[in-house]
Design a protein around this ligand. Structure first.
Ligand code: C2O
Length: 549
């Protein structure tokens, strides 16, 4: 067995962005943090030392964590956070997956600057990539930048019960790029050799924004998403929701010169005139040998409009999985558990606070099936489930939502259905149960696209569409042959998606919206997967250094 050991020192770091020095929380003094490169089958041992002033956890986004749920990382779910001055060692083996994933903080909004790539190569001596070997591999991480301290931004929004301030920039590998003030010098540059093919390992690490990405004049070929191989899909635009990744082949086959690679918001919140970050981040694709002629500007791609839902939908609905590729799995044919889950924004009472500044003095919140998820206190959910502790959660999720209801009726904006219940309600699953979930976006408060992320498993996306899910018609559209396999699905704005997975991993697994603004509002639930019958399907006890609450 191969071990890959890393040390993460997490602490304050002063960086210069948008003309001023700013203090951020960062890993090993860099933004983005270190790239971890491993091979399938390796065991990772990451010693995290929290020298920051905040409670901290690290999540390994998209990693199955087979029999290692204690290392998954979401705060209050699989562990209590690592307090300042303390440490925790994440230990897990990567089995049955390869491609581009990432790691990020999973507590408050710290992942704004605590993130990095996690690249899993095929096991040595096994099949290589199901596409020609690229000349070079390049991580390309899209991020979101605030001038203010992000923990303060979040705290203030939660205290007032309103949406938070928007970000000040988007970034490519930590840099905003030429179009922002004082940013030109450090713009990310990718130097390429004419004729060569590069594998871009793209990650959307932004907190709250889906992003469009283009490179002027260049075609992009998607060969994997969320570390699952896809049939090659040639496009000029990549669309990524927060949490999603894409492996993209880029061939330097244009007239040697310089070209902008650019990213901007895909934001379509119908009927809600919310402010959003309308800026554009850029990096430069520079052909070697054509080094910067003074006074020349790289060629700029024409990006889609911020609300171009048809383009976003075309991208996500065109992806299919590559049947027979390494780690490919067929769709579970039989379903043990069928669920219907609404995902919506909502309003809730202000609570003990003096003033909330949401509509009618209420606070903004969010829910699944009208339940706004509350994290437990005192113990993590995984400890509560593992040790059979009472009083930390209830297993009455999901209750049945009203049938044949028009969830996407825009005039529901003020419907009482938007007033949420609070609770730590989970769904228990038998080991190896196969699960189908219909995810239905709603129009309560506003119509939005929610990127739903499942911890611990990949799922098949059988179908997606707009309006209300209609079983009679829409079940006919299910792709059982080669549906895309993901860990994060951008459920279409005012629409639905249907996913299936097999609960073959005992533990406690979060299922939540990957917009960090919606997570503390409660757009989450948890699957508690029971142990199986054998030692190899039983979760071992927690490591000795698991942090206490
Ligand atoms: Cu990448 Cu629970 O998140």
């Amino acid at each position: 067995r191969n071990y890959s050991r890393s040390l993460f020192q997490v602490q304050n770091l002063t960086v210069r962005r948008l003309c001023h020095p700013r203090v951020i929380t960062a890993v090993n003094g860099s933004l983005p943090g270190p790239t971890i490169r491993v091979s399938e089958g390796d065991t990772l041992v990451v010693h995290v030392f929290n020298k920051s002033p905040y409670n901290l956890t690290i999540h390994w986004h998209g990693i199955f964590q087979l029999l290692s749920a204690w290392a998954d990382g979401p705060s209050s779910i699989t562990q209590c956070p690592i307090p300042p001055g303390s440490s925790y060692t994440y230990r897990f083996t990567i089995t049955g997956q390869e491609g581009t994933l990432w790691w990020h903080a999973h507590v408050s909004w710290l992942r704004a600057s605590v993130y990095g790539a996690l690249i899993i190569h095929p096991k040595k001596g096994h099949l290589g990539y199901p596409f020609p070997k690229p000349y070079k591999e390049v991580p390309l991480i899209l991020g979101e930048w605030w001038n203010a301290n992000v923990v303060d931004v979040e705290d203030q929004a939660l205290a007032l019960g309103v949406p938070p301030n928007i970000s000040d920039a988007f970034t490519i590998n930590g840099q905003p790029g030429d179009l922002y003030p004082c940013s030109r010098k450090h713009t990310y540059k990718l130097k390429v050799r004419p004729g060569k093919t590069y594998l871009l390992r793209m990650i959307n690490a932004a907190l709250n924004n889906q992003l469009f990405f283009k490179i002027a004049d260049h075609k992009l070929k998607v060969v994997a998403v969320d570390a699952s191989y896809t049939n090659p899909y040639v496009t000029d635009v990549i669309v990524l929701s927060p949490g999603q990744t894409a492996d993209v082949l880029l061939t330097a086959d244009q007239i040697p010169g310089s070209y902008y690679m650019a990213g901007r918001n895909y934001f379509n919140a119908e009927n809600v005139p919310l402010p959003f970050d309308n800026t554009t981040t850029t990096g430069i694709l520079l052909y070697k040998g054509t080094a910067s002629l003074p006074g020349t500007t790289p060629k700029m791609p024409l990006l889609p409009a911020f609300n171009d839902t048809p383009t976003a939908h075309k991208f996500s609905s065109s992806l299919t999985s590559l049947v027979g590729a390494p780690h490919w799995i067929p769709v579970p044919a039989e379903v043990d558990e069928k669920m219907f889950m609404t995902i919506s924004l909502g309003l809730s009472p202000c609570g003990g606070r003096a003033t909330c500044q949401g509509p009618n003095g209420l606070r903004f919140s969010a829910s699944m099936n009208n339940v706004s998820f509350q994290a437990p206190t005192g113990r993590s959910l995984l400890e509560a489930a593992f040790f059979g502790l009472k009083g930390f959660f209830t297993t009455d999720f999901p209750d049945t939502p009203p049938l044949a209801f028009d969830y996407t009726n825009r005039s529901l904006a003020q419907s009482p259905l938007g007033f949420v219940l609070k609770g730590t309600r989970v769904k228990k699953l038998k080991y190896n149960a196969t699960v189908e979930i219909v995810l239905q976006n709603t129009a309560f408060i506003g119509v939005e696209n929610h990127p739903m992320h499942l911890h611990g498993f990949n799922f098949h996306v059988l179908a997606q569409g707009f309006g209300n899910f209609n079983p009679a018609n829409d079940r006919k559209k299910f792709n059982f042959v080669n549906p895309v396999i993901r860990n994060t699905i951008g459920v279409p704005v005012g629409g639905w998606a249907v996913i299936r997975f097999q609960a073959n991993n005992p533990g406690v697994w979060m299922f939540h919206c990957h917009l960090d603004v919606h997570l503390p509002w409660g757009l989450a639930t948890v699957f508690v997967v029971e142990d199986g019958p054998t030692p190899s399907s039983t979760l071992p006890p927690p490591p000795a250094d698991l942090p206490k609450c």
